[in-house]
Design a protein around this ligand. Structure first.
Ligand SMILES: [Zn+2]
Length: 322
């Protein structure tokens, strides 16, 4: 049962907005593009797990995707997928990397081999050890019994192969197609249930309640100024910028598309990149609106909560979603 569905992280959504709004000729664009690709393929890798996660051997399992919680020492940690049962917890970390991969168990590095070339992909074995430890601390701090926490790294790219696959490594790493077998063998290892039904439900509930989405100020991180961003409404059909506003319609000069709602997705770019507060003046500038009255019309049509009055009125995007 999926208790918390898989969604794109705020960080990935923010990078997607930046790909639309930062001009490709900006010196930081290529770094944004690289980070976007990393998270985008990471998300594809996580999604590749979904089918194999329908083969859950333990009827009491619950799945929580993208959970980000804080350990007792105020360190946040995020798990791709967490499976909980009344007997144990299992952390799954997916790696969507193609090619010939080697986990160096001494240095704990993940290395991709291409002929003579070696490319490093961080340290997933240590990372998942750390997550196991932090989840144990979290259970203790939140007065849950000491459920055993186990983990698996899942290689989700269909063309990934492993070199130097020792038996000890294969206890920690598997291919996504083998996940159902792996889940079964983890579940076969009989442990006594430490949670009754009510406490098990409580565990899922508390984990979800404590989930804290990552906050990411992309413009600050990359040192990009507001005035450097591309302004206007982007056509949802052909990505042309800017669409024209005429009598309540957005019109694309490139492909001829008409839309009444194209400003909404564009306002989401504003929220992800700049923040939760917008005014008549700012929305006019960001969406290139022709007049204060058009801005007023659009802002009022969204029924956003407001603060202040008249010219100083602020509209709050905190709850704004697509
Ligand atoms: Zn268009």
């Amino acid at each position: 049962m999926i208790k918390k569905p898989r969604e794109k992280s705020v960080r990935l959504l923010t990078l997607e907005a930046a790909m639309r709004r930062v001009p490709p000729e900006h010196p930081q664009f290529r770094f944004i593009e690289k980070e976007h690709a990393r998270l985008h393929y990471g998300f594809i890798g996580e999604k590749a797990l979904d089918y194999f996660l329908t083969f859950l051997p333990n009827k009491n399992s619950q799945l929580l995707h993208g959970l980000r919680i804080e350990d007792p020492l105020n360190r946040f940690f995020q798990m791709d997928t967490l499976l909980i049962t009344p007997e144990y917890c299992l952390i799954l970390d997916s790696k969507y990397i193609s090619g010939t991969l080697e986990f160096d168990e001494t240095t704990k590095q993940l290395i991709r081999h291409r002929g003579e070339e070696k490319e490093k992909f961080g340290d997933p074995l240590s990372q998942i050890d750390r997550q196991r430890y932090q989840l144990s601390l979290w259970l203790d701090k939140n007065n849950f019994p000491p459920l055993p926490v186990t983990s698996q790294i899942i290689l989700t790219h269909s063309s990934a192969t492993l070199t130097k696959a020792t038996p000890s490594l294969m206890k920690k790493v598997t291919f996504h197609t083998n996940l159902p077998n792996k889940l079964q063998s983890i579940d076969n290892y009989k442990r006594p249930p430490l949670l009754d039904n009510s406490n098990f439900r409580k565990l899922a509930k508390v984990l979800i309640k404590k989930h804290t989405p990552d906050e990411f100020s992309l413009l600050r991180f990359y040192g990009i100024h507001y005035h450097e961003l591309r302004k206007g409404v982007i056509c949802p059909e052909c990505s042309y910028l800017p669409m024209l506003q005429k009598r309540g319609n957005w019109i694309c000069r490139n492909c001829g598309m008409y839309s009444k709602t194209a400003h909404l997705e564009n306002l989401m770019d504003y929220k992800l990149l700049i923040g939760n507060i917008i005014t008549n003046k700012i929305i006019r500038d960001f969406l290139l609106l022709p007049s204060p009255s058009v801005a007023n019309y659009l802002l009022n049509s969204m029924h956003l909560p407001t603060e202040g009055t008249n010219k100083g009125r602020k509209y709050l995007l905190t709850q704004f979603e697509l």
